[in-house]
Design a binder for this molecule. Structure first.
Ligand SMILES: [Fe+2]
Ligand SMILES: [Fe+2]
Length: 197
């Protein structure tokens, strides 16, 4: 999080009026009507002593997902820039992708079956917000299936396949872009619920 977003999550309008809280992701899909809890518990308080014991579990899982994603992209970049050989690329990337996909499916399943329905029961006015997150999970699932198929090819390939490496890289980028938007929007919606209940 940048210092400026920590300082204020309100958007200052040209006329000097404060227009209300703004979500953190520049391409956020969250609507102003869904931010009434975010306004009460903005991100600069999520780690304060009053809330951290309720918010850190969720935030730590997301931090772990972001770290795994960064490592995958780093390995793929190293291979494409010629810093590591194909055999090392395969040995480093393939098991990590396998583990990453497993972790993400596990995380989404808990959210879809447990947390999101519970949060909608608590705050029916946030239903449309959770539908955005649900759709992200569906989209992410299809990208992860694609990634899994490519990763299986990588794991069993004997000769170097540059085209496969290129496809894998693009799919990792696609997952990363959607995931970054998804995790941030999800936190802006969910963390205030956890902190304030
Ligand atoms: Fe999610
Ligand atoms: Fe999540």
């Amino acid at each position: 999080m940048t210092a400026s977003t920590q300082k204020s999550n309100h958007q200052d309008r040209a006329d000097g009026e404060v227009s209300g809280p703004t979500p953190r992701h520049p391409d956020s899909r969250l609507e102003a009507d869904w931010l009434f809890l975010y306004e009460k518990l903005p991100p600069n308080q999520w780690y304060s002593a009053d809330y951290v014991y309720k918010t850190s579990g969720w935030l730590n899982i997301h931090a772990d997902i972001r770290k795994r994603q960064r490592i995958l992209t780093h390995i793929s970049d190293a291979y494409h820039s010629g810093d590591i050989e194909c055999s090392e690329y395969r040995a480093q990337l393939s098991p990590r992708i396998h583990q990453y996909i497993f972790k993400l499916h596990q995380h989404h399943s808990i959210e879809d079956k447990g947390y999101f329905p519970q949060f909608i029961r608590m705050y029916p006015q946030l239903k449309s917000g959770f539908e955005v997150l649900d759709r992200d999970h569906v989209h992410l699932d299809s990208l992860l299936n694609e990634l899994q198929g490519l990763n299986s090819q990588l794991a069993t390939s004997e000769a170097e396949d540059k085209a496969l490496g290129g496809q894998l890289h693009q799919t990792l980028v696609d997952v990363s872009v959607l995931l970054s938007q998804h995790l941030t929007d999800e936190e802006d919606l969910v963390i205030p619920i956890l902190g304030l209940n």
